[in-house]
Design a protein around this ligand. Structure first.
Ligand code: ACM
Length: 387
């Protein structure tokens, strides 16, 4: 008789802690995909059984719980991690035990592990576009503000390079605040921004600090229509936390926005709301969390095993018709072809898409094609998409 045993998979997203709003949406996206796959018969009749642990946005807990999922629950695949510090904590575990981490979050790039599939944006799929769009429409004098950990430091380094390559490009300041910084700290930064008068602000602040930054910005009286905050992480989840009024007019680069008007997206949103209601706001990290479970399930249906050596040949090169468009996992770098877009928050807290790629863009995690000048291949793509 065919194997009927459930397939246990590890799920590591936080229900509490500074980035829990977006991690809860990643958890919902993961569980939603698992439910849909199970309702359609599972993987060759075998049900996917999620084993969720809450690591409280803490890298040490991520490492301990990943170890526990592998050792005690015997999972071969883990869906998880938002902050890069937590991914960096889990990678040694999956590398030591030859397990697979599927990571549905934009990050700073400059990484490869055979034991990771990266389904969020690398810098060439969000930052380069954002730099080109912002410098064209607002100017190249930028103020950088971020949370104090690896993703903001590295992303600001990359954004600085893009900005300093532009005519008149300059960095007016680069400030960091703790992950649990106070409203007062953000007020000081907003006042400094008002005094320095940049063309735009690039924020790599994550989690609950995001709403404090946008609130302080509004209270300092800075007008987002002339000097917006541009971000890679302020998604519908963070906008829902702060409210549409504070977010309106600010800009985010991402491969997916809830507002995307495509048949696949409309359908997925309808099914998600039927099952999960309106509490969880679909966003770029929710979408990656959703589609990566399908990538896994299809690869496993072909390989008959969830062990990394059997799974990888089927995952690499695989494609899926995701809400953002048809995505594809690259054979050589384990990152995913995505659809760069730029959105501006409207008065309802939704993103109006103001620029988008006409085609999928392969990840270039080491930024081999670094220039954003119009003579490069990359420049010609930008030329197509900038609205
Ligand atoms: C992140 O830390 N990769 C958002």
């Amino acid at each position: 008789m065919a194997n009927q045993d459930p397939i246990k998979v590890g799920v590591l997203f936080s229900n509490t802690g500074t980035t829990s709003a977006v991690e809860r949406s990643q958890l919902a996206g993961t569980l939603f995909a698992i439910e849909e796959i199970n309702a359609a018969g599972g993987i060759d009749g075998r049900e996917i059984q999620p084993v969720h642990r809450d690591p409280h946005c803490n890298p040490r807990e991520f490492r301990i719980l990943a170890e526990e999922l592998v050792q005690q629950e015997k999972v071969n695949v883990i869906f998880g991690c938002y902050m890069s510090s937590t991914r960096k904590a889990v990678i040694p575990v999956v590398e030591k035990w030859q397990r697979l981490l599927m990571y549905p979050t934009l990050y700073e790039g400059f990484e490869f592990s055979r034991n990771v599939i990266y389904t969020g944006a690398a810098p060439n799929q969000n930052s380069s576009l954002l730099a080109a769009y912002m410098t064209r429409h607002f100017g190249a004098r930028v103020y950088l503000v971020g949370s104090d950990y690896i993703y903001p430091y590295e992303s600001n380094r990359i954004m600085s390079d893009f900005i300093l390559e532009r005519p008149g490009g300059s960095k007016l300041a680069e400030r960091y605040v703790g992950l649990n910084a106070s409203a007062q700290e953000f007020r000081k930064i907003a006042e400094d921004i008002r005094d320095k008068q940049p063309d735009f602000v690039f924020s790599t602040v994550v989690g609950s600090g995001t709403q404090l930054l946008y609130r302080a910005y509004a209270e300092a009286g800075i007008d987002p229509s002339s000097c917006p905050i541009a971000s890679l992480t302020t998604s519908e989840a963070e906008v829902a936390e702060m409210g549409a009024e504070l977010a309106a007019g600010h800009i985010t680069a991402a491969p997916y926005f809830q507002s995307l008007d495509s048949p696949v997206n409309r359908d997925v949103l309808m099914r998600f709301r039927d099952r999960f209601g309106y509490e969880t706001p679909p966003n770029m990290c929710w979408e990656a969390a959703y589609f990566q479970v399908f990538l896994f399930a299809r690869a496993m249906a072909q390989s008959g095993s969830d062990e990394i050596d059997q799974l990888l040949p089927h995952l690499l090169g695989s494609e899926f018709e995701a809400p953002q468009g048809k995505v594809r996992v690259d054979e050589s770098n384990h990152h995913t072809r995505l659809y760069p877009r730029i959105g501006r928050v409207d008065s309802r807290g939704q993103f109006e898409i103001i620029a988008e790629s006409t085609r999928g863009v392969d990840a270039d995690p080491y930024l081999v094609h670094h220039e954003v000048d119009d003579s490069s291949d990359y420049g010609s793509l930008l030329g197509e998409i900038i609205g």
